[in-house]
Design a protein. Structure first.
Length: 107
């Protein structure tokens, strides 16, 4: 029953914008986090506060990164790893090259 109440209270007909109630609708979005705008009895768009949008985008990006890390770990083969010396050999990097670079600071 709570989801029905939530659906009713978090929807707004597009005609309310045409009646000059945009300011009140935006204030409701700031309080509730989201409103579904209805047009011809169908969902037309979702209004989100900037903070809620950023939170959702951060969560989406975190989920994508987690999925990528999970896929990489499934394909991980410790036997396929190569050491620093072999990598330097493949790239043509010598000890002299590394000495010339000096210290590198990571932030």
């Amino acid at each position: 029953m709570q989801s029905v109440v939530s659906a009713i209270t978090n929807t707004v007909p597009i005609s309310q914008f045409n009646r000059g109630r945009a300011g009140q609708i935006f204030e409701d979005v700031r309080r509730s986090g989201a409103k579904v705008v209805m047009k011809n009895n169908a969902a037309e768009c979702v209004l989100l506060s900037p903070e809620e949008y950023v939170r959702l985008m951060d969560e989406l990006n975190d989920a994508r990164l987690l999925a990528l890390a999970d896929a990489r770990m499934r394909d991980y083969d410790p036997g396929a790893l190569i050491g620093e010396a072999e990598m330097n050999r493949r790239l043509g990097v010598t000890e002299e090259d590394l000495t010339e670079v000096g210290e590198v600071a990571f932030e």
